[in-house]
Design a protein around this ligand. Sequence first.
Ligand SMILES: Nc1ncnc2c1ncn2[C@@H]1O[C@H](COP(=O)(O)OP(=O)(O)OP(=O)(O)O)[C@@H](O)[C@H]1O
Length: 294
Amino acid sequence: MTGAIIVQANPLLETVDLAVQCRTASGKLDLLQGIHLRLEAGRVLGIVGESGSGKSLTCHAILGLLHRTQMQRSGQVRLQGQELTNYSERQMRRVRGAQIGTILQNPMNAFMPLHTIGTQFVQTLRTHDGTLSRRQALRIAVEGLDNMGLPHPQRLLRQYPFQLSGGMLQRIMIALSMCLKPKLLIADEPTTALDLVSQLQVLRALDRLRRECGTAILLVSHDLGVIAQMADDVAVMRHGRIVEQGSVHQLFDDPQHEYTRLLLDSRMTAYHPLEQEQEQEQEQEQEQGGRRDA
Ligand SMILES: Nc1ncnc2c1ncn2[C@@H]1O[C@H](COP(=O)(O)OP(=O)(O)OP(=O)(O)O)[C@@H](O)[C@H]1O
């Protein structure tokens, strides 16, 4: 037996030489170039990089959600071997509903403010499966929220988005995804706007979605702690390109690219306001103690 590398013929998601150009008054501007990504079912691919490096744009290019007149996409995006770049907007809408789920940074944007959570949950379930009655969809919604460990599902379904916290809305979105069982979930900074406890709950929920439904997750985060905890593989982006890609262990233990090393170092020396505040308080106490002793 030789040490041959087995590469699956059709990964769940594959982008080949994906690129995005922006049309400006002075010509075309490259925003994304040469994006090659592979993601298998049930795995998590993290995308990290500084602000403006092209993480969100990569997600939008995959989802076919770029501004039509301003942006031009080239390259390939394949979902289970289907070439999505050939799809019409109507076909893409169906793919986004049934096969690709999305969770974005601000969950408030994912819900319509004037409808209750229940109305929106039921509507989405029924759009997905036209045979469901309202009553059946409601039962699935209650089970979905309960299954996600969300308290008082019946009451939650009667509430409006503004009555719930960001963490709660994010977990409701994931509960909905669990009912829809998308093949791929694109989660763009899903925990950024949340407090630490909600962050943990959301990450646990995503992990369950991956384990129990086999959903592959493309996880964008600027938080390397989140990526280390969740991802199997990582792509590091800078200036619209992938500078390094590999398994999470390889990337964290033995980064090859200077920029990846810089990102990891900046994490070690990151500014933590809370810690800084505590240090200042301790210093003040020590100073005061010193003066009293003198
Ligand atoms: N609609 C647009 N028109 C012109 N340029 C855009 C547009 N959207 C994004 N860009 C540019 O594309 C680049 C990548 O942006 P993108 O939002 O993907 O970055 P990001 O890595 O997700 O950053 P952040 O972490 O801050 O969200 C940036 O230089 C941004 O200014």
